[in-house]
Write a protein that binds this ligand. Sequence first.
Ligand SMILES: [Ca+2]
Ligand SMILES: [Ca+2]
Ligand SMILES: [Ca+2]
Ligand SMILES: [Ca+2]
Length: 485
Amino acid sequence: MTPMMHLWLLPLLLSIAFGKGLEKKKGPFENTQLDVAEGTPVPYAMHQFQVTHLGVNNFRLSGEGKEDIRISQDGWLYLEKPLDWSQEDHYMLMVEALADEEVVDGPIYVTINVVDVNNNAPYFNQSTYTAVVRENSPTGTPFARVFAFDRDDPETPNAHLSYSLVSQIPNNHQVSLFQVDPHTGEISTTEAGEKMLKAREGIHYGRGEDRSIDALRTKFEDYCPVQNIPYEENPFFTCVEKAELRRRNVDPLEDPDFTLSVRVQDLGGASETALSGNAIMHIVVQQNLWVNPGPITIKEHLKESYPKVIAKVQSNEPNAIYTLVQKERELKFPFQITEDGEIHLTEELDREDKDMYILVVFAVDENEQQADPPMEIQVLVDDVNDNAPVCENMETEFEVQEDEPEGSLIGLLLAHDDDQAGTINSFLTYTILSQIPATSPNAFSIDAASARIQALRPLQRKNHHVYNLNIKVNDTVTNCAMSHT
Ligand SMILES: [Ca+2]
Ligand SMILES: [Ca+2]
Ligand SMILES: [Ca+2]
Ligand SMILES: [Ca+2]
């Protein structure tokens, strides 16, 4: 540096330094660490070394990056160009104190840590994204993802990014069908989206079905049997044909079902001063044929011819190969699946044996890759009244003392029914069919619902010492014998 330059520069340096607390920027001639914000206007005085050694009249600076960092003859370390964190986050410099070009003190080492400021707006890696979402796509399961960068320090809020949705077009019912994970940028359906997303109407094709225009003609004939005009001249056919071709070749860019405006903000999205970037996402909704037919309810002991079709599933992959397994590890599994996805029951079910099955259907493509996520189908077995009540003992004995007053409890008849609890099939009623020896009036009563047997009058051993009651326990008819001593 020339002495001339030094003369005009120093007052400027001092005035800048003074404004920020000149005294704080002074320090002894020793190893020093400095934190300096990037982008500071220059020239900028960072630090002044105060040398105790007599005769020092200059300094020498060496080290990488020293081109933009200078030192004045009176020990002021200053910047000639602003620092840029994204280029270099720290500098290591060496300073020697000179007296007439002779090193008389040092070297000392100076580390300048460049402090990042939020001077870069985040930006998406694509300005436009496209995505396909299936109908019934589960809430929170991502079908697409946006991604943004920020050139600021990732260790600081300056590059702490937060994603949000600005708008959804169309939004006819003011219901958000999509959501973005603020941290990951993953896009998924909302609960409303899971329920409401609907693909455009289209023709349904079966397994391996040819999707040519000829096949469409056949289908058209099935739907609209009376045909007197050639297809090409039939406006209904050409309309359907166009719709089908359009649906089949939907280009999300040309003809999206939805367009989302996505925003990214730094500073965690939580500040007025956050910088932001934007992108758009075009979304096409695709038909979902992989729909759970369950829960399926089947009556037990159905008298039918087996195997019997109980449900049908259809993969979104037309040539999918289906397999069916039971979720629980149990031996009994009277279900099969055909190559067309028909689920068959192979034999009668018995609710009292097993009242629920969970079938898991897998669909894979020709390369054995999963075509659709595994589907769990519940099969509930419906009760029929196929179990008669059973008395704990075919003959029950109760003992009772003489002269017990009217209403005293003789005993409780224990019976149960294996059919479904809480239904009419297992609801038992009790009645006394006969009493031997007979008395007039009867000596006993039974509560029809609770099976409590009570004496209707005091009993005398001299009259009878054994009574036999024949009690009917009802749902279907079964009799339990009971004797009283
Ligand atoms: Ca930033
Ligand atoms: Ca920065
Ligand atoms: Ca029953
Ligand atoms: Ca039953």
